[in-house]
Write a protein that binds this ligand. Structure first.
Ligand code: RTP
Ligand code: MG
Length: 147
């Protein structure tokens, strides 16, 4: 069982898309084990996007992510890192396919609604950057036997 860190970005919160985005992940059969509103501090945002430091879009990205509340989540499921990034869609809105979250709801590249971890190592680091272990729930989801 794999864990990932998914975060609805400030544009997704402002546009009232939390419910629809969460529904898509629930519909896929994944299990939500933690979720909260948080306005990321600059330090937290910089830790989160450390891999992009120095790139042309970095300063705008940090401003964007800290501009308002995000909905930070931890989800569980087999191969969830790969699959959730498929559900999310490509980074550039010009490449995000219809049927994906970004493909259906986003129309401007930096404002692409949701973040998803890209590796097990990133997921562990990103979860620890936003959550204490006691904020994550361990529970059985009975429906998982059927999907
Ligand atoms: P994320 O980390 O947010 O899940 O997105 P990602 O893996 O699909 O894309 P990544 O390459 O990690 O980029 C992080 C975020 O930076 C913004 N970005 N803007 N203007 C640009 O060319 C550009 N490139 C990236 C996007 O908000 C992207 O999600
Ligand atoms: Mg990324």
């Amino acid at each position: 069982m794999e864990r990932t860190f998914l975060m609805i970005k400030p544009d997704g919160v402002q546009r009232g898309l939390i419910g629809r985005i969460v529904s898509r992940l629930e519909d896929k059969g994944f299990k939500l084990v933690g979720g909260k509103f948080v306005t990321a501090t600059e330090e937290q945002a910089k830790r989160h996007y450390a891999e992009h430091e120095g790139k042309a879009f970095y300063d705008n990205l940090i401003s964007f992510i800290t501009s308002g509340p995000v909905f930070a989540m931890v989800w569980e499921g087999d191969d969830i890192i790969t699959i959730s990034r498929m559900v999310i869609g490509k980074t550039k809105v010009t490449e995000a396919q219809p049927g994906t979250i970004r493909g259906d709801f986003a129309n401007h590249t930096p404002l692409n609604l949701i973040h998803g971890s890209d590796s097990v190592e990133s997921a562990e680091r990103e979860i620890a950057n936003f959550f204490d272990e006691n904020e994550l729930s361990v529970y059985d989801k009975n429906i998982s036997a059927w999907i």
